[in-house]
Write a protein that binds this ligand. Sequence first.
Ligand SMILES: [Zn+2]
Length: 301
Amino acid sequence: MSRDDKRRRKRRQRTEENPKSVWIMMSAAVVLGVVIIAMVAQLVRLNRQGERLNTQTKTEASVDNSAENSKKAGESKKAKGTEAPQETQAPAVEHIRKDLDPDKPMVALTFDDGPYDRVTNRIVKVLAKNDSRATFFVVGNRVERYADTMKNAFNKGNQISTHTFDHGDLSKMKKKQIRRELTRAFRVMKKINGEEPTMLRPPYGNVNDKMRRTIKIPMIYWSVDTEDWASRNSKKILKKCKSISDGDIVLMHDLYPSTAGAVEKLVPKLRKKGFQLVTVEELFYYKGIDAEGGKVYFSGK
Ligand SMILES: [Zn+2]
């Protein structure tokens, strides 16, 4: 083999080896590329995760803030007193039904001295069954004990108003005491129903000028007295209800099983006669009575 031949052979070998080394280098490059891409992808993923966590904390923080703010707003409202209206909280039910017939007779049954689960629940049940509503003037110091009963009556569209906190005789109290009785009653009712009462039934039916000047909501009397507390007899209660006519406000007490018994018969009876059983608010709305604070109302007539 000549020198030239050897050189040629080597060159050939090199050229033969070349494609192999090129292939190895390309493979290495591909592997490296894949590794780099995978690493970049992993970095991007981590970065995104970080961002998400960041926004999450931010949202949580803002939720916390708004909760804190509304809590503060509530507190300042409380601090301001009982007059601030509830603007943000929509009522669970329509307080005044708009589908009643103004040409058909209406009557407002009202119940004092409750709530009392054993009696109130029976009354609420028969009312609901007969597409009817009533007004409950509750005693504030009973409200927490019978919170579920009151809330149920409220959620079924009945009007829940106040009969003071301690059933005290407001006519014998000083202005400051009157305000205290009502503020306490308002507070406990708002805690459960989410809103304050808009009407008062004065205990013992006693009203004087001091009360008229001090009390900012209308005071509701009655035009039919069933004397249920005295008779405690369903038949006698029903007898007292025979005179009911359009616009009447009927006085009863949801403390006695005899009252519940009478109401269970009275409600379907009145419905059959064509009466619409309404809350005092509804009665005034349909009879065009714009009830004013500190004034006394006996009926919707
Ligand atoms: Zn009473």
